[in-house]
Every structure is written in structure tokens, then in C-alpha cells.
Design a protein around this ligand. Sequence first.
Ligand code: GLU
Length: 282
Amino acid sequence: MRTRFAPSPTGPLHLGHAYSALLAHDMARAAGGTFLLRIEDIDQSRARPEWEAQIYDDLAWLGVTWDAPPMRQSDRLPSYRAALSDLWTKGLLYPCTCTRRDITAAVSAPQEGAGPIYGPDGLVYPGTCRPDTPPSGPIPEDAALRLNMRAALAHLATPDRFTFEDETCGQVLVSADELISEVGDIVLSRRDFPGSYHLSVVLDDAAQGITHVIRGEDLFEATKIHVILQRLLGLPTPAYHHHRLIRDDTGKRLAKRDDARAIAKYRADGATPEDIRRLVGL
Ligand code: GLU
């Protein structure tokens, strides 16, 4: 078993992160497996070295140890570029210059049938920039790149359905219809970065040889995207364990801005790592 914890250094780790890291770490240790760390710093406008340093410090204090130097996404651009180039050559990507506002306006235009559909990445893209034939020539530098979901499904030999193993739900089936209507043409490369969360996470899990992805159930829907990307890129699909989320007293899941629940704050107030384990129900 090889698993990982993949925090973004954009704020302090809070109780929810502690739960995720401890759970994955405990499972790896119990199985005699490997536990790895990955710093997901593709959002260069928000990632800070001081948050990364705090992540190492908080994890060490919690008793979490990792078995290799951490992988950092900002070091992985050549791999992301190579995968994008592969998908571009296969005719599965197209450039998109729509802003969030353009997309909202397009999906709110009066039309017959159902209203806007929200997928794992927000509003399902209405297809404004989708070309009728695959674009040719070099990859444009100044636009986001979207996956043409219909073309991607048609490219695969058995496009009718995908599966992944989830420890809580068992085998999860993902149909082609669902991918087209409820996920749609997701962004795989941003205008400011040659990659996106979905592309990077899939390539990095494969590069780190991850066999079990242990992460919050807020990412359950995103796993459907990851499974099709793994198929398109010829990568193995790990087993998934989507765990419960740690919530505040009002039942809302914790976010980065919940500094009151930051591990650093508990530490400063004199809590022990055992207190943190108790607080998250471990
Ligand atoms: N970087 C993501 C986060 O901090 C986690 C991604 C993952 O575990 O796949 O929420």
C-alpha cells in the first residue's frame, strides 16, 4: 500500500487536514506500506513558503512521518506539459478564452429545458469555444485548454462506462452520459499554469506510485474526472477511500480560513497530538 497526503500551502492546516493526514498515515503504517507527502502548490498566487514550512512542522508534531522527500507540483511542469501535448496531439483539447462571467451568462441565457448544471468543477461548460474539428498546430500559450469530453470518450475503446473502487461505496460506475452532461469539458491547463488540479493530481499520483488515495468525500465527484484522465493517459486507477469531513459546531465543513481550528492554534494553546486525535475521532 502506498498512499499520500497532498495539502496546498495556501493557509494553515486545520483539524480536517489533521484527520486526513493521520488517517492515511495510520492506514499505511498498519499495512506496513508507504506514506508520502505532496505539496500541491500550483496556485502560485496563493502558495507561500511559510505555509509549506508550517505544514512540515505541524505534521512532524502530530507524529506523521513520510518515507521520501515531498513531491512539489511546481517542480512537475515538464510532466504536465508532456501530458497536455499528448492529449493535444490526439485532438482531445481545445483552447478556451471564456471568463467565468462569460460562462455564467451563457448558461443563464433563456433556453428550453433544465437550468444550469453544476459539476465537480462548478458550472458545466456550455461549449462556447468547442470547435467542430480538432484544432491543429502548436498549443496556444495564451488560453486555457479544455478536454473535449465527447471526443475523449469516443477516443477510448470502451467508452460506455468507467469504474473505480471506493472503500465506502464499493464499485462506483461512471457512465459516459454522466461525464458529458454532469462533468463536461473541464479545464486541464490554465492560462497562467500548464496544468490544473485534475491533471496534476492524476499524473502525480501515478508518478508517486500511489495505490490508495485517501482523501475527503468532498472530492468524490472529482474522482470521476480522475478515472477518465487515467484511462486517456494510460495510467493505473488506484483504489479510493473518501473519508468523512470534519465539521464545525454548526455542521459546516472546515475551510482554510477557519484559523480558529488551525493545528498551530491548538498547539499554541497547549494541546497535545493525542488531543488532536481525540478531537477528530481517531
Ligand atoms: N490539495 C487538495 C486539498 O488540499 C487535496 C487533493 C487530493 O487529495 O487529491 O484539498
